[in-house]
Write a protein that binds this ligand. Structure first.
Ligand code: PLP
Length: 362
């Protein structure tokens, strides 16, 4: 077996031990003589798996009891519609404020505009989203239903180091590319959502953490399968849940617990990111694209000083077992996505490759 170090932005690499466990369980899960994807989502065995996954998530994330955990089809971007449909009605003005820090923040804002009065309260578009813009929550109208931000900007390689204090106005965060990679103070948030495919498992499902008092106020036109109350009332199984995705997330949570949990992995993530940023900053061959003060610990974006070499860099890296380093077309250059599952050794191997490539071509 030859597993590469996979720096793809998502669906992203999962730990080999998790993949091996899934392989081992696949034909005969839990001694049932069939696969976890071949049993009813209404069976007591599957319900126990969802309950165990809830408990693991609460424990690993430190999630307080006043948050509901929902598993919802459709990945992260379906939440771009679910959030306004569920939250705009918190205030009759149907106003929402969006902090535009990149591609996904913009898509979320555009989707919300279909349903309510949306303003862009801050943006960093003028510098191609290479930074987190200043934002003063006191400028918000008091009748704003919620504020939306993207905590880590997957394409541009920036993150919010600290989150704005929006007071009584619920803060909604798309944490698809960093949930469980850093410790959070949940008191600051109303809703947090994440597609699984970066840090938590396969694509196609989102985990949504919603403060319980925000559930049950959806706009009337909300489809029932986008209404948080439908999911909260049915332990996320109003219809057939993505059973395999829940199973994989369960394994990912157990793996994270074995690594020492969020606090431990946050330290490793900082070390991994620092290793790459230090190399970029100390070598004229590489130019970091994100503002130093707002650099992501999950997606390291950089250009080669000579962009003619981009293709060759990516190809030679791939030949060396360092997979999927091509940057997103909106930034160009190189992007190394280093989610929880990327070991420190993967970043060390990339740093070594970068040094050698620079020495050869510099
Ligand atoms: C990857 C990503 C998405 C897209 O998720 P889908 O599951 O494909 O809808 C949304 N937001 C962020 C921050 C992402 O990184």
């Amino acid at each position: 077996m030859n597993r590469v170090y996979n720096f793809g932005a998502g669906p992203a690499m999962l730990p080999t031990s998790v993949m091996e466990q899934a392989q081992k369980d696949f034909l005969d899960w839990n001694g049932m003589g069939c696969s976890v994807i071949e049993i009813s989502h209404r069976s007591k065995e599957f319900d126990a798996l969802v309950t165990e996954t809830d408990e693991l998530l609460r424990e690993v994330a430190g999630l307080p009891d006043d948050f509901e955990i929902l598993y919802i089809h459709g990945g992260a971007q379906l939440q771009f519609a679910a959030v306004p449909l569920n939250l705009l009605g918190l205030n009759p003005a149907h106003k929402a404020a969006y902090l535009e820090t990149g591609n996904f923040a913009g898509l979320a804002r555009k989707e919300a505009q279909r349903f309510g009065n949306v303003t862009v309260a801050a943006t960093s578009e003028d510098t191609n989203f290479n930074r987190i813009p200043d934002f003063d929550p006191s400028t918000l109208d008091a009748d704003t239903s919620y504020v939306h931000l993207t905590s880590n900007n997957t394409i541009f390689g920036t993150r919010w180091n600290e989150f704005p204090d929006t007071g009584d106005i619920p803060l909604v965060a798309d944490m698809t590319s960093e949930l469980l990679s850093r410790r959070l103070n949940f008191d600051q948030f109303g809703v947090i959502f994440a597609g699984l495919q970066k840090n938590l498992g396969p694509s196609g499902m989102a985990v949504v953490l919603v403060r319980k008092n925000l559930i049950g106020k959806a706009l009337e036109q909300t489809p029932s399968l986008l209404n948080y109350k439908t999911y909260a009332d049915a332990h996320s199984m109003p219809n057939t849940i993505n059973t395999f995705a829940v199973y994989m997330m369960n394994l990912m949570l157990k793996w994270l617990k074995d690594q020492g949990g969020v606090d431990a992995i946050e330290k490793v993530n900082a070390q991994k990111a620092e290793l790459l940023y230090n190399l970029i900053d100390s070598n004229d061959f590489f130019i970091g694209t994100a503002d130093k003060a707002h650099r992501s610990h999950m997606n390291v974006t950089f250009n080669l000083a000579n962009s003619d070499l981009d293709k060759q860099f990516v190809a030679e890296a791939e030949a060396a077992g360092l997979y999927a380093l091509k940057g997103h077309r909106k930034v160009g250059g190189i992007r190394a996505s280093i989610y929880n599952a990327m070991p420190l050794a993967g970043c060390e191997a990339l740093a070594e490759f970068m040094k050698q490539f620079a020495a050869k071509h510099g």
